[in-house]
Design a protein. Sequence first.
Length: 273
Amino acid sequence: MLKTSDPAELQLIAKQTRRLIIEMITAAKSGHPGGSLSAVEILVTLYNDVLRHDPANPRWPDRDRFILSKGHACPVLYAVMAQCGYTPVEELKNLRKLGSIYQGHPDVRFIPALEASTGSLGQGLSLGIGMALAARLNQSPSRTYVVLGDGEIQEGQIWEAAMFGAYHHVDNVVAIVDYNKIQLDGFVKDILDLEPLVDKWKSFGWHVIDVDGHSIPALQKAFAEASATKGKPTAIIAQTIKGKGVSFMENNPKYHGVAPTADECTKALQELA
């Protein structure tokens, strides 16, 4: 794969990623478009600019690790990994089909290049911190990046992991909260409000960066700051929009877990042209 740090090139990849997400979820007639679309710039920036990884050698010991803790948003991960060369782009439309490598949640039995099977919410940060600690013990330069859903971080295990990571000074792990402010049943603020979210992570001993999660230059700067931060883990609070890029999906709780119809797919792809 050819990596790039050019924001304009990354934005083109992001647009194509959104198109692939819409196409694959429409073909499956089920899936989670909203939270997949909100995380596009985060994953595109990571895989194409930040992560040390090699699709030709996915088990390279010193690779960086990525965990999509909010596993239901796997269409964005599949689209990004396929474009990087890990898996076939032409098979993305087999999402959620029996026997497809593209299961409804990331599964290492089907895609061995994944770092973990995810989707049981609340577990990804614990996994990521364990991987980061292992890298430290092995004196490896590997870093671990974990994308968390905002509804997901209402779970207690996230905060146990946050305490552990800060206490043990695990500075080679980065938690990225996809803060799109909508979860399964509605708006986060109406179900279990997370605010003050930045102050919460700070109080747990993390270095915190509050950033526009759709600005690739801002994300690049945040990831560079995280890498330069020593002695404590970093939490990036990515302010995002659920359903970003498709007008009728943006900030609409309906599209947390509802696939677009054929007509909606056509409209969405026109908007993403």
